[in-house]
Ligand binder design. Sequence first.
Ligand code: GRF
Length: 207
Amino acid sequence: MSERGPLRLGVLISGSGSNLQAIIDAIEGGTLDAVVAVVISSRSDAFGLERARNHGIEAVWVDREMFDDAAGYNAALRDELQAHSVDYVVMAGYMRLLGKAVLDAYPLRVLNLHPALLPSFPGAHGIADAFAYGVKVTGITVHFADEVFDRGPIIAQRAVEIAETDTIESLEAKIHDAEHQLYPAVIQLIAQERVKVDGRVVCIAQS
Ligand code: GRF
């Protein structure tokens, strides 16, 4: 933990929130020196909102329909994050492109998790696309987000093999297991200030 106290995370979700749960569990289990300051969902029915509230975490739905354009919506997201003194933004199944207002407020402080080995299989269906393509190895990627989907500098990746006996469902389960291990571990590296960025290349300092 740094002198300024635990890293304050703002977690953006759109759905189940199993990765949010993994982050909460790591914090409560003492392996991640952070706090989830707020959870923001793009959908009112995201189960992740309930997961957050079950742990006493403030959870809000910001309705895109309330804003004339994406810029206004993203400014509202930024204001919500700043109102909770968030240090780092963590996208965990957030299914919208994050706008300039948030990215400018949090330069190299927005993480994304993608369920494939980028730059292969970007987009909303990374697991299914890799499975349908027939690759024998896929995996997961944690990267800094920028203004293009799935493009920013890569922090960490883990490979996941696709066996001949795998189905799309069993592959999804393997991918999610890997995500639940890797995402909290990468956030802990950030909390320890060990993640250094040089252009596209990210290095992890030894502890
Ligand atoms: C994960 O597979 C993540 O890689 C992708 O969206 C999914 C979110 O799952 N970006 P969950 O909502 O955390 O369960």
